[in-house]
Write a protein that binds this ligand. Structure first.
Ligand code: PMV
Length: 313
């Protein structure tokens, strides 16, 4: 059984499309998949199914992924473990789990260690899948789904593993129905073409926030990190990515004692995250009292590597 991680963008969403770094934390769940040799070339995804290239988006994405890996005559069954389309990287996790299931099919023994070359192949297959749904993705979701942990990701570069000195407790709420990532990315691109100088200033500000957040993570300075999340939320709201529902969920979290809170992912709806510190129960209760779907994710303190596997996007 192959698996992959979901992700939370801690800081830098959207800016990452325009060359800024983003900081990402892997979720402990994402998707699992298993593959079998089968000329039917069927993809079973939870209760949805399609066939390779059957004209549906899903069928097209499956075709792109198989083509990217040079495979055919394979059926795959996937169990998604995250809600889709709310900015948790569920789609990238599915594609990475499928790509790994294809590699496992040839591997002997099936669970042999993953090489950097495997990771590069998996990442490219995931990007081929993501392009069907997201147009021109930065690759941040695919990198996070491939590697997990905390990452600094710059489009076109190998992701860098970021060593967080202390564990992170992150509360996540679905603040409303998600907008399409593609639409939100286009909306931001429009702002860039309308006022390039102003846009550039915001990009530079986000870049500085991300650099400082990386230092805060490495130093274990959670209250500093929380403040940086709050600043990033302000700048994202300036790009019209926030909504009243997001602002409400963010305010509830901060009032309940979160160290910082912001939208995560494409915005326009979808999820918010809150750096919980020791206030996780209060934040979760406050969201639950308002009927919000929410969960907690923990990122253990990391030890070791500085580069996760050397992929290049
Ligand atoms: O699809 P989401 O909600 O995880 O957002 C992806 C992050 C963006 O920066 C908005 C787009 C991208 O390709 O990086």
């Amino acid at each position: 059984m192959a698996s992959a991680f979901g992700k939370l963008i801690l800081l830098g969403e959207h800016a990452v499309v325009h060359g800024c770094p983003a900081l990402v934390a892997g979720l402990q769940r994402g998707a699992t998949a298993s593959a079998t040799a089968d000329e039917g070339q069927r993809l079973q995804l939870g209760d949805r199914s399609c066939h390779r290239g059957d004209g549906s988006d899903l069928g097209q994405a499956y075709d792109s992924l198989l083509t990217s890996m040079g495979r055919s005559g394979i059926s795959v069954e996937v169990s998604p473990e995250l809600p889709l389309g709310v900015g948790l990287g569920g789609s990238a996790a599915i594609s990475v789990a499928i790509a790994r299931a294809l590699l496992e099919l040839d591997a002997s023994p099936p669970e042999e260690p993953r090489t950097a070359q495997d990771s590069q192949q998996v990442f490219e297959a995931s990007m081929a899948w993501e392009r069907i749904f997201h147009g021109d993705p930065s690759g941040v979701d695919s990198a996070a789904a491939t590697f997990g942990g905390c990452l600094r990701y710059v489009r076109g570069e190998s992701p860098e593993s970021v060593k967080n000195a202390v564990p992170l407790v992150i509360a996540v709420a679905v603040a409303g129905p998600a907008a399409e990532t593609k639409t939100m990315v286009e909306q931001v691109a429009k702002l860039k073409s309308q006022s390039p100088d102003k846009f550039q200033k915001t990009l530079e500000a986000i870049h500085a926030l991300v650099d400082n957040a990386q230092l805060a993570l490495q130093a274990g300075d959670l209250s500093g990190l929380g403040q940086l999340l709050n600043y990033n939320q302000m700048l994202l709201a300036g790009w019209l990515l926030s909504t009243p529902e997001i602002e409400h969920a963010v305010a509830l979290a901060r009032d309940a004692g979160a160290l910082g809170a912001k939208l995560t992912g494409a915005g326009g709806g979808g999820c918010v995250l809150a750096l919980a510190g020791d206030r996780a129960d209060a934040i979760m209760n406050s969201w639950k009292n308002e009927g919000l779907e929410c969960f907690l994710s923990k990122v253990p303190a990391s030890i070791g590597a500085t580069t996760p596997g050397g992929i290049s996007a």
